[in-house]
Structures are given as C-alpha cells and as structure tokens.
Design a protein around this ligand. Structure first.
Ligand code: BGC
Length: 424
C-alpha cells in the first residue's frame, strides 16, 4: 500500500495551558480549591467500577489530586518539552495562551506575561516546530466568570478586547494555525448542561445559549486577529464523535444517532464554517444510540482508564463526513487514551493511523495529527490520576520519561514520511 502522508504533514502533540503550565489562577483553579475534598470523597462512587480503579484509587482519593497547582511546570520547562518533540520526530505542537495571566483585571494587562508568551512564540519558531495556538480552552479570568462568563452575551466585548490585545502585543508573523475555541460542545454540556464543571449550572437552555455564544466568540476572534494578521488560518478544536445506531436496522436508533451527531458535531461546525479555514477535530469517542438512550459502553470494546470504550477506527467516519460537509483541510487537534500502564496506546495509535490512511485514500485532505497529550497532565475534574501522556511526568521532580508507545509513534512517523519537513 502506498504511503499517503504528505511530506509536510504535521505530526505532533497537544496540550492546554491550564492542564500543563502550572501556577494559573482562573475560575477552574478556584473551583478546584472549593471542590477537591468532595471530589476525593466521592471518587469511589464515581470511578470504583473502572478496571484501573485498584491502581489509581490511592491517588483518586487524595484531595491533592484535584488541585492543578504546579501543573507539570510547562510554563518554565517548555524548552525541555520542545526537545521531547524533536526526540519523538514530531514537527508540530499545540499549546494554549492563558487569558487569566494576561488580563488579571478588566482592561489591565500584565506586561511580564505578555513577555513570556512573546518568548514562547520566538522559542518554538526557533526550535523549528510548527505552532498550533489555542486561544480559549475553557479557563477564564475570575473577574470574567464572576460577570457571567460566556453565558452573558454582553461579555463578548471583553473577549473581543482581549483578542485585539493579543493581535497587537504578540508577533504572529511566523504563526500559521490558530484554534479559536476548544470544544464548545463539551464546555457548554458539562459546565451548563450536566452541571459537573464550573460554574455547575444545570440548565439545558443556558447550555444552548453558551454553545451559541461560543460560535460568536469564534467569529470575534477570527475578526480581530485577521484584521492585523491576514495570513493566519483559523479553525476550532471541536470534539466530534462517531455516533452509531446500537441495533442494526432500528429506525429509532438510526434517527437518534443522526440527531446526536448533528447537535454534537455539526451544529457548531456548520455555524462557524464561513470563518474556518480548516476543520480541527478532537476524537475520543464512538457513541452507541439505543433510541433516547446513550449506551454507557459497547461490551465488545475495551475501556481505557477513565472507563471510555475505545474504538479508534471510528475516526474514519468522522473525518470523511467532515470532509463531505465542509471540503476544507482537516487536522486532528486531539486524540488519545488515558492509559497509565501504556497497554493500549500503541494499538490506539496504529488503528488511528490506519483510519487516517483510509480516509485520505478516499480523498480527504488531512494535514496533521496532534496526539493528546505530549505529557501526563491535569485532567480537569478527574485531576492528575488519568494519564494521557506520550511522556509521563514525575510531579515531584518534574522529570519527564518517554513511554514505549511514544517511541513506537516516533518510528512510525519516520516510516510514514519520505523526508522530514524542513521548516522556514
Ligand atoms: C479536552 C482536553 C482533555 C481531553 C481528555 C478533551 O475533551 O479538550 O482538555 O484533557 O479531552 O479528556
């Protein structure tokens, strides 16, 4: 079989500021302080059924697990992390800019933090790694969420002012790819629908409103950055799931699968389509619909440490449908498994590469794959016990160690590329 991966394909890994930087103060870090104890005492009730529970139990029942704290100190160690990317034969990296650092009070700017991200931009370019920059990955300054965050339409003016400032203060001339909003669906769903995440509102109408406001947030970000830096290419990182009918030939299952896929995957992407240059897809899940019921798992598939059943091949149907709908280049902006024993990751990666190859052979223009994540990191309300990293981190010493599955991916990258990309 021919190798369909182009020479300039972006092979890399993803992170998010709050999950790796350490030392962030935002609405999430405040929520962690207020909820760590509760999350630790209720961990067994929520997670006790998972196969990984005996191994992770001690950590999951420790309140410290739920405090992002020093993160994995990517804020200070980012150059070391760029070196890891090189070791893994990668040429691209997704990272975030943390709004709460830059605008500690409305309209007041922290010059030292701007200087940090200026250096960061310069250093990643100097390291010849293609940056994929995330603007919004769920965390916000506390003053912004105290005013209602993304659930108040008038707050979008704050967002506009912030992005305008990013356009003015940072040098975007060597950046190409910008991700505006990460997973508007997950955020509106978990923070306002199910009420599991801050601000823990349980109000379906409000979650729809937030989802809708995030469409505007995407457009505003594109408008503000494009005005100053017209060369930039924009997309969102949107969680797209493969949604299948649980029972073959059942009309209700088929219909509900279509409804769910529309609501979760395509509604948002349809709305931003005129202002996206490429489609960014985060893929983790294949969902099975039995009428109104979302099946908790498919018994024929293994589950990862978080209890998510794994069907990496489901990526193919997601990207082929995204291509059919939008006819725009696609990049996988996240994809990976919580797997502390590193027992599934290699298989997941191989299945994913095969799914990408199949879709490219059908004509899909795919230009990159960013694995979630480069490093073990702070997995939101689950804290540090779920391990998604190609590289594991000892949080006492912050020592990084490359996992065997990462070495495997590094070898596959070389085998799949005729020559490594040479950067400007
Ligand atoms: C998010 C990441 C998260 C990952 C694994 C994605 O939904 O964007 O922040 O860590 O999934 O749960």
């Amino acid at each position: 079989m021919s190798k369909p991966f182009p020479d300039d394909f972006l092979w890399g890994a993803s992170t998010a500021a709050h999950q790796v930087e350490g030392g962030t103060h935002n609405q999430w870090s405040e929520w962690e302080q207020a909820n760590a104890e509760r999350l630790a005492t209720t961990a067994e009730r929520r997670n006790g059924w998972m196969p990984a529970w005996p191994d992770v139990k001690q950590q999951a029942q420790d309140p410290d697990n739920y405090i992002s704290g020093d993160g994995v100190d990517h804020y200070n160690l980012y150059k070391e992390d760029f070196a890891l990317l090189h070791k893994l034969n990668m040429n691209a990296f997704r990272f975030g800019i943390e709004w709460s650092r830059l605008e500690p009070a409305p309209g007041q700017w922290n010059e030292a933090e701007f200087a940090h991200y200026r250096r960061y931009f310069a250093d990643i370019i100097a390291a010849k790694i293609e940056p994929v920059v995330s603007l919004w990955h769920w965390t916000m300054p506390v003053w912004f969420t105290n005013q209602g965050g993304m659930a108040r339409r008038r707050n979008l003016q704050h967002w506009r002012r912030y992005v305008r400032k990013l356009a003015e203060e940072l040098d975007w001339s060597d950046i190409t790819y910008v991700l505006t909003i990460n997973e508007a669906n997950t955020y509106s769903g978990l923070s306002y629908g199910s009420g599991e995440w801050p601000p823990q509102h349980k109000n379906f109408a409000e979650s729809l409103y937030v989802y809708y406001n995030l469409v505007s947030a995407h457009r505003i970000a594109v408008e503000e950055l494009r005005r100053v830096w017209p060369h930039l290419r924009f997309g969102s990182a949107h969680q797209c799931n493969a949604v299948l009918p649980a029972r073959k030939g059942k009309l209700t299952d088929w219909l509900m699968a279509r409804v769910q896929a529309y609501y979760w995957n395509w509604w948002y992407l349809n709305r931003i389509n005129k202002t996206q240059d490429f489609v960014g897809i985060n893929y983790y899940f294949t969902d099975y619909r039995r009428g109104l019921q979302l099946l908790p798992k498919n018994p024929t598939e293994p589950v990862n440490d978080l209890g998510w059943y794994m069907n990496p091949a489901g990526l193919e149907s997601v990207i082929t449908e995204a291509w059919r709908r939008y006819k725009k280049p696609i990049i996988i902006t996240e994809n990976g498994v919580a797997d502390h024993k590193d027992q599934y990751r290699q298989w997941w990666i191989d299945e994913t590469i095969a799914a990408m190859q199949r879709s490219m052979q059908q004509g899909v223009q795919l230009f990159g794959y960013l694995h979630w994540s480069l490093l073990d990191n702070f997995e939101w309300a689950s804290g540090y016990w779920p391990q998604f990293g190609l590289v594991t981190v000892n949080r006492k010493t912050m020592k990084r160690s490359i996992r065997p599955s990462a070495i495997h991916l590094a070898k596959r990258i070389v085998a799949l590329s005729k020559k490594r990309r040479s950067h400007p």
